[in-house]
Design a binder for this molecule. Sequence first.
Ligand code: R5P
Length: 260
Amino acid sequence: MDWGMQNRLSRIINPKTNRCVMLAVDHGYFQGPTSGLERPGETVAPLLEYADALMLTRGVLRNTIDPGTTAPIVLRVSGGTSILKDDLSDEDISVSIEDAIRLNVAAIAISVFVGSVNEKRTLTNLSRLCDRGQKYGIPVLAVTAVGKEMARDARYLGLACRIAAELGAQVVKTYHCEDFAKVVNGCPVPVVIAGGKKIEERDALTLAYNAVSDGAVGVDMGRNIFQSRWPVAMIRSVRAIVQDGKSDAEAWEMAQSLMD
Ligand code: R5P
């Protein structure tokens, strides 16, 4: 891996711990003003100091995030559909590599929809994006989006993660599942998990703990942080698990002490 690529990756995945807490606030790219993200700049402001990286779109970045921020940016560069469509897989690359460079991002992110009607297009989009990232030393985060008809099991997620890595992604984001260690084991690049829909705070901490225990390098978590009544307590407690090696029980104690 060349120096620039490695350096950018090191800004996201801490080389001392080989772990990463990424805060995901890109949901509006197909969901519109997602609950908790109506004013994304205000949502992320108190959370940024606890995040190793911030994942978002260029529109939200340009319009709501202070350019003085030191947070490494993981820029979502796929889109083209909305929740008004039944099938969300109809995505293309939505940002040029020049604009990603202009925004000084640490990585670029794209969804792939393995098993969907648009499987081939989203996978070749990933390949094209990896070529562009490779040219300029910008790592690609592949997001394994799961259609309604797909099972979120180790067989499916393992397949999707492995394909994303084979096509050139430097990091893969997926969902935790039973036998998740098999997914990680079959994927030659670092894996982070999405948090998914909002669940109880205690359960979200267990999810993060199980993911890293099963070999994930960390989380790319959104709703379970910013939709919580206690977003700062949540990101700090998730961080305690991912970066400080705390158990979910210890992190839950910490979370409770931080909840007002
Ligand atoms: C979904 O496509 C988006 O990329 C989100 O960034 C991702 O799902 C992580 O957010 P959450 O933890 O809310 O699932």
